[in-house]
Design a protein around this ligand. Sequence first.
Ligand code: CTP
Length: 409
Amino acid sequence: MDLTGKNIIIGICGGIAAYKTPHLVRLLKKKGANVRVALTDAGTRFVSELSLATVSQGPVYRSIFPPTDTHGTDFTTHISLGEWADALVIAPATANTLARLAAGLCDDMLATCFLTLRPGKPVLIFPAMDGQMYLSHSVQRNIATLKSQGAVIIEPESGELASGQCGTGRMPEPEAIVEHIETALLSLVHSSPLHGKSIVVTAGPTREKIDDVRFLSNYSSGKMGFAIAKAAGMRGARVTLISGPVGLATPPGVERIDVESAAEMRDAAGNFFPSCDIFIGAAAVADYRPAAVIRGKLKKNDPELQFTLVKNPDILGDFGQQKNPVQLAVGFALEQENGIDNARKKLEEKNLDLIALNFSDRRTSGFEVDTNMLTLIKRGGPATELPMLSKEEAARKLLDTIENICRQR
Ligand code: CTP
């Protein structure tokens, strides 16, 4: 299974099997996963932070507290790391950490990730320890507690242990651990209400020609729409991405149709109106276009120049009006003031099921930047304000909400 774009935390405890974990991280990275490592203090006795940082191409997380208490330090990583993850894998898991997790402690980053992981995301725990320890009443009780909380416990293998004795307690080989992770993520994809659904996403700006070398457009980079298309594909949807001119790579598994003008985007999207399950309008479609396109290159002969602009088709609005009762329409509202009121108005006018309100300061949200601050408003529901998130994470929150709407239907 291709793990491209999957966010995986590898939690490593202080057991001898920890020496195999850089290889595990490498295997996951080779499959395209984004890997972050949470290492316990005891884990540092068995595997070096430098090795793990090198193979994971990121920092190794240990304490929930930043190294210094200087101003400007990010104090929220202990929450955001768990929220970021698609899966938490603890390998090897020692008796001590099993007890900490079962007791709900959050005294290091690994234990805190266990508490902050989003509901429904898989937790895979690979206990590895001496055979007698593993079979002890305390360890078995803690394992039962963790299982009752939804964690998947992978039984250790039998064989020769570090103690020199034979017994049950060995961590599976990294290749086998990768297979377990793939199985868990695959079953998650299959359980998403978006699995197998046909989703059309519009993205990017449109260009409205003035003459053969000039156009009207806007600053949209397409990043938000592309992140939505990618996240929907990762949940098993069949995604068609209709994009205006942008410099972004097509997300894996997504069918992309490139267009230039609003009229072209409308034509491409219109082909999918009857057959798609969900239409997500993330494009910054130019509202107007020049009434006539000048042939060739306009000369600067006149001191003043006037254009007549005519209204472009409202692509999302058209879909909203035509959609049948089982189709979902989702849009964005880019506002400057009275955001919630204006967004609700658009939701009604365009007959949408969900609208994502945002602002564009081109610093923290909106056009061009990598982050966004969305307020999600469901038809007939309250407005839910999200914090500033990466566009990838914001896309996932949007899709979580769409999944909820699908489940409630
Ligand atoms: N949209 C569209 N076609 C258009 C204009 C907008 O599909 N011609 C979609 C956008 O993709 C977005 C939503 O409609 O999902 C809202 O776009 P926005 O520009 O914020 O609102 P408008 O309807 O254009 O209204 P205004 O510019 O007056 O705020």
